[in-house]
Design a protein around this ligand. Structure first.
Ligand code: PRP
Ligand code: URA
Length: 207
């Protein structure tokens, strides 16, 4: 599918299987989510814009590159907190904004409880983190806020995606790339990804 990248990397896939395993306790789940997030963000930021710069090595002058735009990482609470450390391993200088959204269990609609995102986003490449893309409601609500604030470039980074969520996000943001370790079969009647890994926030934090 256009603009959707499945990160089919052996290490990522092995960690994903551990994350799916119901027997994985929350401390291990959090560690694994942190570990798997670095390669996901690595792939998602592969084509960040760069500019050339002259550098002096200990031996000679040469050409190198620098990122030409600032990066803003935005995790959607709670579950994406478990991805933040991995993302920051790769991008320690990135600014971090926070979005708090909780899906209403009856309507499956996302409900806002936190907006700690800078007011003006035009100068940033935004990396939006959320382990689960289920109906797509949370990622779309977050993306709409970012666009309202002037974001021109958003990369959506997920651990798992349902086809329903990909279709919805694709429709609303056709030009924003989506990265995920897997596209699962479907959503069940309660809006959970199948086979999935359950409730990512609960798996991460134990409740
Ligand atoms: C989960 C997950 C996503 C959302 C995905 O969060 O972390 O944010 O559901 O579902 P959607 O694509 O249908 O919107 P949840 O709302 O359960 O909150 P939590 O992270 O605090 O558990
Ligand atoms: N949110 C989760 O945490 N898990 C799902 O399977 C769907 C939405």
């Amino acid at each position: 599918m256009k603009n959707v990248t499945v990160i089919n990397h052996s290490v990522v896939q092995a960690k994903l299987a551990e994350l799916r395993d119901v027997k994985t306790p929350h401390a291990d789940f959090r560690r694994l989510l942190d570990e798997v997030s670095a390669p996901l963000v690595y792939e998602a930021t592969r084509d960040l814009p760069i500019k050339s710069r002259r550098i002096q090595t200990p031996l000679t002058k040469t050409e190198g590159v620098a990122l030409s735009r600032e990066v803003l990482i935005v995790p959607i609470l709670r579950a994406a907190l478990g991805m933040l450390g991995g993302a920051q391993t790769l991008l320690p200088e990135a600014l971090v904004g926070f979005i708090g959204l909780a899906r209403n269990e009856d309507t499956l609609q996302p409900e806002w409880y936190l907006d700690k995102v800078p007011r003006r986003l035009g100068r940033f490449e935004v990396v939006l983190l959320d382990p689960m893309l289920a109906t797509g409601g949370s990622a779309i609500a977050a993306g709409e806020l970012l666009v309202q604030r002037g974001a021109k470039s958003i990369r959506f980074v997920h651990l798992l995606a349902a086809p329903e969520g990909i279709r919805a996000l694709r429709k609303r943001f056709p030009n924003s790339p989506i990265f995920t370790a897997a596209i699962d079969s479907h959503l069940n009647d309660d809006g959970y990804i199948v086979p999935g890994l359950g409730d990512a926030g609960d798996r991460c934090f134990g409740c």
